[in-house]
Design a protein around this ligand. Sequence first.
Ligand SMILES: Nc1ncnc2c1ncn2[C@@H]1O[C@H](COP(=O)(O)OP(=O)(O)OP(=O)(O)O)[C@@H](O)[C@H]1O
Ligand SMILES: [Mg+2]
Length: 306
Amino acid sequence: MLKIENLKKNYGNLEALKNINLDIEEGEFFGLLGPNGAGKTTLMNIIIGFLNSDSGKIIFNDKIISNHVNSSKKDIGYVPQEISLYQELSAEQNLKIFGKLFDLSGNFLKQKIDEVLDLVELKERKKDSVKDFSGGMKRRLNIAASLLHNPKLILCDEPTVGVDPQSRNAIFDLLLQLNSEGKTVIYTTHYMEEAERLCDRLAVIDHGEIRAIGNLTSLINLIDVKDKLRIIKNSDTEKFISDLKSFGEIYENENHYEVIPNKDYSKLSKLFTDLEKIGFPEEFVAIKKASLEDVFLNLTGRSLRD
Ligand SMILES: Nc1ncnc2c1ncn2[C@@H]1O[C@H](COP(=O)(O)OP(=O)(O)OP(=O)(O)O)[C@@H](O)[C@H]1O
Ligand SMILES: [Mg+2]
């Protein structure tokens, strides 16, 4: 559905996108996971046509999206990172303005407005001005605005930042519902939990480069060390710390130790047997499965939250 080939974008000397290649299938929930400044918004803005690339190609439904005229826009919905709403106007008035941008009018527009407000659970607030909305409600209204013209592809740029947990869950449910109804979603985030929960496939992006693409399992399979041990720090466990060094690398955090088992212990059952032998109190040990955070750390040498 969307193919991106050798896309590059510089801002002066800064290479914001180095050489992006992506192939997104119709119906996918595709994630772009990367830290601040990775280039996610730049990529979104180029896809929707708000920004020109320096070189490369974007092919949407077999048509090349040209830099200047983006006739494919009518099939793409965009939820920008920064909320873009008129604060003094009501939810309905805002949606009227967005609808007109897509040449919707009259009864059809009215009907669409009711439909999208219903979807984002803001129908009761239709006549209220946006300035009195919570952060989460504004986000939901911004999502509603992106759906008025019934796009096939929805681009969501970090739509849960600054959102209360209840609205966050409502946004997840809504996007999953839209996806299950056949819409393709591209979702940027720097929260690995969101990427894990929502995305069929994702690209890890850092410093304008895609470092890996795949589903969660294939990404985790890229890294050698899969499972770690987490040991609660207390007087019962601390006396064993020097013994634990023979089991693997130890990292100390505020409340716990993390042990990355060395190769001899690729089977964790052997490790547990040896822990038992030295009399280690096993009630303070847990297995920590590898996560996207580990993948990211492994690929980039940095944490997602740096
Ligand atoms: N208009 C601009 N002019 C100059 N540099 C820019 C501009 N927009 C973005 N950049 C730079 O390009 C890089 C990529 O920025 P971008 O906003 O695409 O990242 P991002 O992944 O969306 O980050 P965030 O998670 O913080 O939103 C950053 O180094 C940023 O400072
Ligand atoms: Mg951004």
